[in-house]
Design a protein around this ligand. Sequence first.
Ligand SMILES: [Zn+2]
Ligand SMILES: [Zn+2]
Length: 318
Amino acid sequence: MARRPRATEPNALRIRLIELLDNFERHLNESDLRDQVRELVPANHLLRDLGVSLLPQGDRLSARERILAYFRRFPGQVIDGDELMVVAGISEYARRLRELRVEEGWPILSGITANELRAAENEDGLDGEDAMPAMRPDQYLLTEDRQDRDAAHRWNIANQIRRSSAGARDKILRYFRANVGKPITSEELRYVANISDWPRRARELRTEDGWPIITRFTGDPTLPAGVYVLERDEQAPAHDRHIPEIVRREVMQRDNWSCRWRGCGWPHGFPAQDHRFLEAHHRVHHADRGSNTPENLVTLCNLHHDETHRTGVLDLAD
Ligand SMILES: [Zn+2]
Ligand SMILES: [Zn+2]
């Protein structure tokens, strides 16, 4: 294990490997077990060197850097753990993944977490082609080619909250409220909650408790898969809660993912830094027996949603 993989010219490595394997035929027939195993050691080293040599400058990089370089070549694509073994030149790559995630803030999603997210999306009726892909537990995905410099700090907070005695839903809420306006990955929420049911707890915070938690399906289609943002530290009026996810999505789609307020239309035509979010508002309030149907719901940005509740006037574009 002490031997550090060396990369040279891939084809030279390939030729040496073939020579070794050719010679191995003789050992298969003539040598005892000990000699056979010893003969295979250099072949194993060569095979590892060959994998490492496939990346440019692969031999100059650490295993962690090679894993990262490989992920960054294929952002948004599902990667097998065995591929990481090849490019890293080591089989114990899991710890490197954790370091990349926790210390360096790369949004690497594991198959385990992705499947928990996917199960919740399916429950919400989000099983189309834009839903989370099915992944095996030993597969990984760099959801976005962007390093989050704030992540290491957040993981410290996550660790403190995880160790507290609160319930999973409260832990998730505390974590969101400690990070208002910041993109939070699924891996962070899973770690904080420490239960596989974390996506449902996060959803309940939004749909039952009215916290403005947005994802790519609930308010900001430009967010990467599995990323959540608590847009502000404030709960929605009680009457706008309890909208089934599939209905909320239908309303947002019908309204072209934009505010229907006259002259608004956010986010279309607004600068990307304008961090509002979209909400569904009941035309006839829930308390007045308004129904949770698309006909009774309309998409508003949070500014105009507030204005509607403040003034009692709903001034929609035609
Ligand atoms: Zn409302
Ligand atoms: Zn608006």
